[in-house]
Ligand binder design. Structure first.
Ligand SMILES: *[C@@H]1O[C@H](CO)[C@@H](O)[C@H](O)[C@H]1NC(C)=O
Ligand SMILES: *[C@@H]1O[C@H](CO)[C@@H](O)[C@H](O)[C@H]1NC(C)=O
Length: 508
């Protein structure tokens, strides 16, 4: 999400800019903790009171709260002790996929005054996945005329761990004809190729079976195997060749299932059955694979909708196989384009209501906004109604505070409904709104006032005691006990006139 800061005169708007690359340079202290994934829940990650050099009990008295995006509670803060505990076991592969380092960003919010701290938790990878080949067996057809040094592509094993815990090396069971080499793709992942060392002779051995092993670099290392079955054929055939070895294409996310992504094409110099090529996904289609290829036309279509927010690019390998069983390979790099398909989200983190009247600038609410889209689709602007005595202030990254513009007067308005509107700058613009009700609490700032400045009451002489002479009345515009009025008579200036022995007033 990106936001920008700007003021426009006609509307009370606040733009707030955060560039993901500058995350962590927002002028506030960032502390980073690191722990291995899959650590048991209840693990003590840190003591924030100590690490942030706060006073004993300050986290509790300042209402400390810890937040993670999406309001998921991964960590639990014990404000009494300052201990930050792991709430549940965290799986690095689920939270970060292939992103490395795997950093989870938490914000600690304190109030009185409002203060933010950034806490990043880095999850380190443990070797909890073994390499796995897409199929139990691979079939390769190799002409007996193939020259030593000829290279044959092999399917790679998948390992959801990263770095050293991912596949590092491929080996093949010992044999007289082949060895395997391990190569690195642009993204660092390793793939195997089979190299012919010694010419094959179909009459001597028409078929070979090898075991291909993928080993990761964990300690201890984990491995996975597959069988490579090689059929030696005696036709002198040409393998199909793609027109391009690399295709690059861009696809907007949310394109409908079955939308055409690209058409690949391979040529085969042989005529007839050996010249007809059939296209397929080299690594095979998996549940996570959102592409399908038409065997005859080479059209690659979506088999699932793409979500830019989950995966923004794919590398697919396509095989073209001819009737003789020979194949060629090409790569397709698919870049997913962002579409403004996520409305901004607003989360109220703290709300103080009622707020006392007559106070200077008071923090009413702390809220965060987010929009997972990228570029303008993820840039947001926040506003509230124009005619309210409140201001929005960008505070920390994607956090805002709503503050009073100045002292409020409960006697003129005791309740405000404030609608916060968050709009992104994508096309079409998407909006989220949240209305908060803020009550203003009373301070005893109004003296009682009589309905008249003077009352003239008449009383006949020789009356009997307890005669009701008349009623006077005062009102108080405060509320509750601040408006509760009691009446009393003040002593007169003339000491001769013992008024209190002659007249009394009912206090209520
Ligand atoms: C891969 O494994 C082979 C056989 O065990 C070994 O000789 C080779 O050094 C390994 N290569 C790497 C890069 O670990
Ligand atoms: C605020 O909204 C509530 C609920 O919609 C409504 O009952 C109340 O009258 C509103 N208050 C003001 C001051 O508009």
């Amino acid at each position: 999400m990106e936001t920008a800061l700007r003021q426009t005169p006609e509307k009370r708007q606040v733009f707030f800019l955060t560039i993901l690359l500058l995350w962590g340079e927002a002028g506030s202290e960032t502390i980073r903790y690191s722990m291995p994934e899959e650590t048991e829940s209840g693990y003590l990650v840190a003591n924030l009171e100590k690490d942030l050099r706060l006073r004993v009990g300050e986290l509790a008295t300042r209402g400390a709260q810890i937040h993670y995006k999406g309001n998921k509670e991964l960590l639990q803060l014990d404000t009494e002790t300052g201990n930050l505990l792991l709430k549940e076991k965290l799986d690095r592969e689920e939270l970060c996929g292939v992103t490395e380092p795997c950093l989870l960003h938490f914000q600690l919010i304190l109030e009185n005054p409002v203060q933010f701290f950034q806490t990043d938790l880095q999850l380190t990878d443990i070797n909890d996945h073994s390499p796995e080949f897409p199929h139990k067996e691979m079939l390769l057809k190799i002409p007996e005329s193939a020259q030593p040094g000829t290279v044959f592509p092999l399917k790679a094993a998948q390992d959801s761990d990263i770095g050293n815990n991912a596949v590092q090396n491929y080996t093949v069971s010992s044999n007289l004809h082949f060895h395997v080499v391990t190569l690195s793709r642009a993204d660092g992942r390793k793939y195997p190729e089979l190299v012919l060392d010694r010419a094959l002779d179909r009459e001597e051995q028409p078929e070979l079976t090898l075991t291909l092993t993928a080993v990761d670099g964990g300690s201890p290392p984990r491995s996975g195997t597959t069988t490579v079955r090689i059929e030696v054929v005696d036709i002198n055939d040409n393998a199909p060749q793609f027109v391009q070895s690399l295709y690059e294409v861009q696809v907007p996310e949310n394109s409908p299932v079955d939308a055409l992504v690209l058409t690949v094409s391979a040529m085969d110099l042989d005529a007839g059955i050996h010249g007809n090529v059939v296209y397929s996904l080299f690594q095979g289609g998996g549940a996570s694979q959102p592409f399908a290829i038409h065997g005859v036309t080479g059209e690659i279509r979506l088999s699932k909708e793409l979500d830019f927010e989950v995966t923004n690019h794919y590398n697919i390998e396509i095989a073209a196989t001819d009737g003789g069983g020979f194949s060629g390979k090409c790569n397709v790099a698919v870049q997913v384009l962002d579409v403004n398909d996520n409305a901004p989200e607003l989360t109220i983190r703290k709300l103080t209501s009622p707020i006392p009247e007559n106070s200077l600038e008071t923090v009413v609410a702390v809220f965060s906004v987010s929009d997972p889209d990228s570029g303008d689709n993820g840039r947001v602007v926040c506003s509230i109604q124009n005619d309210l005595p409140f201001l929005l202030k960008p505070t920390f990254k994607n956090y805002y505070t709503l503050v009073t513009e100045g002292p409020l007067d409960r006697e003129s308005r005791a309740e405000y409904n404030i609608t916060i509107t968050v709009t992104d700058l994508g096309t079409p613009r998407l909006t989220a709104q949240h209305t908060i009700t803020v009550q203003v609490s009373d301070v005893n700032d109004n003296a009682p006032a009589f309905t008249q400045t003077s009352y003239t009451l008449f009383v006949q002489e020789n009356n009997s005691p307890a005669l009701h002479i008349g009623t006077i009345s005062a009102t108080d515009s405060d509320s509750g006990s601040n408006a509760h009025i009691t009446y009393s008579l003040l002593p007169t200036h003339d000491p001769q006139l013992a008024l209190s022995s002659l007249i009394s007033i009912n206090a209520l």
